[in-house]
Design a protein around this ligand. Structure first.
Ligand SMILES: Cc1ncc(COP(=O)(O)O)c(C=O)c1O
Ligand SMILES: N[C@@H](CCCC[NH3+])C(=O)O
Length: 467
């Protein structure tokens, strides 16, 4: 491993204008507590330690790139949700990150689990999550998924279309089941987040529209069905949301719909699920409100709308994914190439190529998501340089971090750690360029243990069955 400057290759050009939100850090060796798993420190040799495990040791033992999940951090955030939302059911959204071990942690912490596919149901059950604590989502559930959910006794199915109601009724009739359902509605809210992760505006694939009347029609249909036990309304407005205003409008519209349903049928819906979407900090510029504040705001909003519409307080649930597993995760990469690209006006940009990229974290390419990073294997007194951390794929857009200040002596063999990597990175991984997916390792009390092993080239070769 070399830590010397590559002559003339990395300029200490901290003055190089990055985006306005990116502050020039006073000390690059200091770890911003809001970004890292709780208790993350640097040891006496300057190495980053997560969950008691030194990232250099984790990298040496498991290779790079590697995704690390701090078990205590995951559990502490699960507990935080439970204590901030007493009496609410918390469904951990498994799409963010799901392995058998993660399902077990969720079950042990008293969470339920939101699943979307056969695969997620299978992993959740294999991890020991009882079927009764699963909520099945999906805008295009297959017959096989519906049949499996009913046979297993999945606790609730969130219906997303009239086709699905038909399909569900057929399966219930054939198998002698009754399905507990919520109807997913679109409340027409434009959540302040990336277009691809906002889900309550009208023109998209999820849910049934309140405004267009489909939501009420679906509720009345489910209520009338002898095969369905209608529990209530489900609204999920999007993901990585910091402001409560969108939720407020959504709750009002959902409660208004509940009121209309009561007018139409004489029945009050017993449940309301407000979905997930609670944002986390990816960079120093992100300041998500504390969970306790969000919870207090939700309580107040629900109470206010119940009073306004003369309804009883329903049983409430939420589905946080990112906010539970996101901050618990750190991705570790090794720097393999350093390139300085000259720009107009005599400026230059330092490109640090690492051994992963858009195959293990598609979020920057998909949503222009921002991340931060730190040098993990040592501290450095070298001045900060504005860097672009890129992957190894054949794609110009294979950018992991568009702008980040790192010490100007970052060099080949150094380890770069990316906090906030627990959610929607490894779970959305792909094999572009035939790159095997990295492992997910959990750490607790200094011990790391693989929960998802690294894919191998043999795994990829085995899938290729044609000649
Ligand atoms: C229906 C539903 N619930 C919960 C979630 C979890 O969202 P987040 O990870 O932002 O909390 C999602 C994903 O956005 C979702 O689609
Ligand atoms: N996958 C998205 C969140 C939306 C997914 C769940 N509906 C992200 O990485 O931000």
């Amino acid at each position: 491993m070399t830590h010397m400057h590559i002559a003339g290759s990395i300029h200490a050009d901290a003055t190089h204008a990055g985006p306005t939100w990116l502050a020039l850090p006073e000390d690059l060796n200091v770890l911003d507590v809001k970004l890292w798993p709780r208790g993350t420190v640097r040891d006496g040799q300057g190495r980053i330690v997560v969950g008691g495990a030194t990232l250099t040791d984790v990298a040496a033992e498991h290779g790079t790139p590697v995704y690390l999940i701090d078990e205590d951090d995951f559990r502490s955030r699960a507990r935080e949700f439970r204590s901030a939302f007493p009496g609410w059911q918390i469904f951990y959204a498994g799409k963010a990150l799901l392995t058998r071990r993660v399902a077990r942690w969720a079950a042990e912490e008293g969470l339920n689990l939101d699943v979307t596919t056969m695969g997620e149901m299978r992993i959740a059950l294999a991890g020991g999550m009882p079927a009764a604590r699963l909520g099945l989502h999906g805008n295009n559930k297959s017959d096989a998924e519906i049949a499996f959910a009913l046979e297993q006794g999945v606790g609730r199915i969130i219906v997303d279309s009239f086709n699905e109601i038909d399909r569900l009724e057929r399966h219930c009739e054939a198998g002698g089941h009754t399905a507990r359902v919520l109807v997913r509605v679109t409340t027409g809210v434009e959540a302040h987040t990336h277009e691809y992760i906002a889900t309550a505006h009208e023109d998209q694939k999820f849910g049934l529209s309140i405004m267009g009347g489909a939501a009420l029609t679906a509720l009345v249909r489910c209520h009338a069905s002898k095969y369905l036990d209608l529990r209530g309304i489900h609204s999920h407005i999007g993901s990585q949301i910091f402001e409560t205003h969108g939720f407020e409008v959504s709750i009002r519209r959902a409660m208004k719909l509940a009121h209309q349903f009561k007018m139409a049928t004489g029945v009050e819906l017993p449940e309301l699920d407000l979905g997930g979407g609670f944002g986390i900090a990816y960079t120093g510029a992100d300041n998500p409100p504390p969970v306790s504040e969000v919870a207090a705001a939700f309580e107040e909003m629900v109470e206010h709308e119940c009073r306004a519409f003369g309804l009883q307080r329903p049983e409430l649930s939420i589905e946080p994914g990112r906010a539970i597993c996101g901050p618990a995760g750190v991705a570790i990469y090794e720097v393999g190439t350093v390139k300085v690209v000259e720009l107009e006006g005599g400026r230059s940009r330092v490109y640090l190529s690492v051994d992963g990229g858009m195959s293990d974290n598609i979020r920057p390419a998909l949503y222009a998501a921002e991340y931060s990073a730190a040098l993990a294997n040592r501290t450095s007194d070298a001045p900060p340089t504005l860097c672009r951390v890129v992957g190894k794929h054949c794609e110009g857009g294979d950018i992991l971090i568009r702008d980040v200040f790192l010490p100007s002596d970052v060099s080949l063999g150094d380890l770069i750690a990316v906090p906030g990597s627990g959610a929607y990175s490894r779970s959305m991984a792909n094999n572009y360029n035939q790159i095997p997916k990295p492992p997910v390792v959990s750490v607790k009390d200094g011990v790391s243990s693989v929960m998802l092993r690294r894919e191998t080239l043999d795994d990829l070769m085995r899938l290729d069955v044609g000649k």
